[in-house]
Ligand binder design. Structure first.
Ligand SMILES: Cc1cc2nc3c(=O)[nH]c(=O)nc-3n(C[C@H](O)[C@H](O)[C@H](O)COP(=O)(O)OP(=O)(O)OC[C@H]3O[C@@H](n4cnc5c(N)ncnc54)[C@H](O)[C@@H]3O)c2cc1C
Length: 454
């Protein structure tokens, strides 16, 4: 015996929440839509793990429930509790999980002072551990998004931080060496130490099972009160392996976010979708694409004749300490840096095969971020790199002031200014209980008062 729904969203994160909102905006009948999530709370904004929960009326929330198998031919999901839930249309929004140290041959993830950060449970744990070692020493393993943001937050909370990563620079997948050097110098000015070009080899534990020292492959030994691990994520595709076509580590979908099975859509970190701007399939691990592709999938499901192709300019951003940057497009090809790297505002363009394909800006205004978003979406031909360098940000500003035909900016307008404003345009209902709200507030405080709502 089990339940049956017209639409089932599998997953309870960002993409699931935005898909549910889009269903709600477009009007689903009571009982037509179900969300199944392993988490015990309704979908929430994951990056800042903040504010309200999404509870539009009439949606069946099956929380704290792990789906252990899926049969896309029969259109059924089997939960760990043994219930079979059937669907007509399934949206897979299972996101990704944090990579564990054990996958790299190091034991100790379960130690009480070793933290990861992917969901609310992780966040609560991190806050508890952090409070228990105020004024102490933390080692942050990994120099990517999570590592950089957690390091900043630990420093703000008066914990001494050493960052350890094997690469030669922080944010190696996105930053150029010059950009990375700016942020590393800034972090050093805040007291963060960097140990680069090496990796964790083992932990030393005390009798209570707490990590007391971190041993590195280069022979260094760092005494610690806590460890934060941010070494990447892996998309949660396992339920669908052998049933759906996979690509780039995710579920391959078309421009309507539809998988190789026409009744199954995939959105968010788990989806590999065609990025028109680059002419290839990409899987993005960022909140903006999770929100937008989820909405697009629901539009494609409910009004297929009206919904076009998903035309998306990749967009990532971060706010750390007093800094704030945005990136649009792709970081391939030749790099042209601009601006004052000893000041507050600088950036870079990436030019590939004669076209501007990516833009990065630190310390921009709302208009400047909108300008780099627009120019990246237009993919203009660039003949003279030296001239682009000398014009710098004024190039993007000039292009943005000369409005191109609407056909050229359909998605850029969508992903530009509205992203910068980051004002929620949907009805969130803060219905979380007192305990949950308290823990989120504590985390939000810890996460840094400078961070605003995403
Ligand atoms: C701390 C943090 C900071 C971030 N900072 C940034 C940032 O600065 N900029 C940026 O662009 N992005 C950032 N991100 C990334 C962004 O949050 C993700 O891209 C986004 O959450 C992806 O949404 P999703 O819905 O695909 O996956 P998720 O939000 O991870 O949701 C997946 C959901 O599926 C559920 N699930 C998985 N498998 C099952 C199963 N078998 N049964 C039931 N439920 C299941 C999970 O429990 C979870 O609820 C950050 C992420 C984190 C964690």
């Amino acid at each position: 015996m089990g339940r049956a729904f017209v639409y089932v969203i599998l997953g309870g994160g960002v993409a699931a929440g935005y898909a549910a909102l889009e269903f709600s905006n477009r009007g689903v009948s009571h009982g037509e839509l179900c969300i199944i999530s392993e988490e015990s709370v309704a979908p929430y904004e994951r990056p800042a793990l903040s504010k309200g929960y999404l509870l539009p009326e009439g949606i069946e929330l099956v929380l704290g429930t792990r789906v252990i198998s899926a049969d896309v031919r029969r259109k059924t999901l089997l939960t760990a509790a043994g219930e079979t839930i059937s669907y007509k249309i399934l949206i897979v929004a299972t996101g990704a999980r944090a990579l564990k140290l054990e996958e790299f041959g190091v034991n100790g993830s379960d130690a009480e002072n070793v933290c990861y950060l992917r969901d609310l449970t992780d966040a609560n744990r991190l806050v508890d551990v952090m409070h228990s070692c105020s004024g102490g020493n933390a080692v942050v393993i990994g120099g990517g998004y999570i590592g950089m943001e957690c390091a900043a937050s630990l420093v703000i909370n008066k914990i001494n931080v050493t960052m350890v990563f094997p690469e030669a620079q922080c944010m190696p997948r996105l930053f150029t060496p010059k950009i990375a050097s700016f942020y590393e110098d800034y972090y050093k000015s805040k007291g963060v130490e960097f140990v680069k070009g090496t990796a964790l080899s083992s932990f030393d534990m005390d009798a209570d099972g707490k990590v007391v020292a971190v041993n590195l492959r280069d022979g260094k030994r760092l005494l610690v009160d806590m460890v934060v691990v941010g070494i990447g994520i892996r998309p949660n595709t396992s339920l669908f392996e052998g049933q759906l076509t996979l690509e780039k580590g995710g579920i391959k979908v078309n421009e309507k976010m539809q998988s190789s099975n026409s009744s199954v859509y995939a959105v968010g970190d788990v989806a590999a979708f065609p990025v028109k701007l680059f002419g290839e399939t990409r899987r993005l691990e960022h909140v903006d694409s999770a929100r937008k592709c989820a909405r697009h999938a629901v539009a494609a499901i409910m009004e297929p004749e009206k919904s076009g192709e998903f035309d998306y300019v990749p967009f990532f951003y971060s706010r750390i300490f007093a800094l704030s940057w945005q990136f649009y497009g792709d970081n391939v090809g030749e790099v042209v840096h601009f601006g004052d790297f000893s000041g507050n505002t600088f950036g870079a363009y990436w030019v590939n095969k004669g076209h501007l394909v990516g833009s990065f800006l630190e310390g921009g205004t709302k208009e400047e971020y909108a300008a780099i978003a627009m120019v990246t979406g237009l993919k203009p031909a660039i003949e003279d790199l030296a001239e682009l360098e000398s014009r710098g940000l004024s190039y993007a500003m000039a292009v943005s002031r000369k409005p191109p035909p609407p056909s050229q900016i359909t998605n850029v307008g969508d992903s530009g200014p509205s992203l910068v404003l980051e004002k929620p345009v949907y009805p969130w209902h803060a219905t979380a209980g007192v305990i949950l709200a308290g823990s989120i507030a504590a985390f939000a405080y810890w996460y840094g008062r400078r961070r605003r709502r995403w």
